[in-house]
Design a binder for this molecule. Structure first.
Ligand code: PLP
Length: 226
């Protein structure tokens, strides 16, 4: 299957899942996760209208940034504080903020270049030990703390489901993130807009959409196995 065919197929599934959930497919941004993939293949995806690209390493964004035009880069992987200065001028959205310290560093670096950096808070809904992210209980207070920072804006939440989760586990994780998002919305914190739920990967994005995802991060399903 070509990248073009893969994208067509993913789009059809997104559309069908949205319909099942009584939602519009226009509410959902398909992020092509291009990690480890070569520039040629990524440009094929761009030609099919995939302009949102996700990478989980800062170094890889730096390597690809100048070679790929018209892309909106999303940082979706764990971010170390010392790498923040290299990514704030490149990322439209950082999905993986999981501490106030990291948010503060993003604020500092964004201030230097006169940018307001949009971020998501990564939540470890499943409680799986190997996963990054704050616990659901810590999320509201982290949002409150981050809302005080001038050059960072929280736009929503992100999560990853454990590998090999059953459908009911997936629904627990994704539905849990949506409930948490609603709770934070209701807390009405200034500067915080709970507009995005980044959840769902190649194996589980249809369920994520049924549970309210507004951004799905699809790698293998578009670019093939890594
Ligand atoms: C790699 C990755 C994805 C995409 O995974 P696929 O299973 O290939 O779709 C999504 N989100 C994050 C955070 C990733 O690291």
């Amino acid at each position: 299957m070509s990248v073009y065919e893969n994208i067509e197929s993913v789009r059809q599934k997104i559309s069908a899942a949205s319909q099942r959930a009584g939602r519009s497919e226009n509410e959902i941004t398909l992020i092509g996760v291009s990690k480890t993939k070569p520039v040629d293949l990524i440009n094929e995806a761009i030609e099919c209208g995939i302009c949102d690209l996700g990478e989980n390493r800062v170094q890889e964004v730096l390597e690809k940034f100048d070679k790929i035009e018209n892309a909106r880069w999303h940082l979706i992987g764990h971010l170390q504080k010392n790498k923040v200065k290299y990514i704030v001028d490149k990322a439209v959205l950082i999905h993986s903020v999981e501490s106030f310290e990291l948010a503060k560093e993003i604020d500092k670096q964004a201030k230097k270049i006169g940018k307001i950096q949009d971020i998501l808070i990564q939540v470890n809904v499943s409680g799986e030990e190997s996963k990054f992210g704050v616990t659901p209980r810590e999320t509201l207070s982290l949002c409150e703390a981050v809302s005080e920072l001038e050059n960072v804006r929280v736009k929503g939440l992100m999560t990853m489901a454990p590998m090999g989760s059953s459908e009911s586990e997936l629904r627990f994780v994704f539905g849990g993130l949506r409930k948490l998002c609603d709770e934070i919305k209701n807390a009405d914190i200034k500067n915080i807009e709970m507009k995005h739920l980044s959840m769902g990967m190649s194996g589980d994005y249809e369920i994520a959409i049924e549970e309210g995802a507004t951004m799905v991060r699809v790698g293998t399903g578009i670019f093939g196995t890594r």
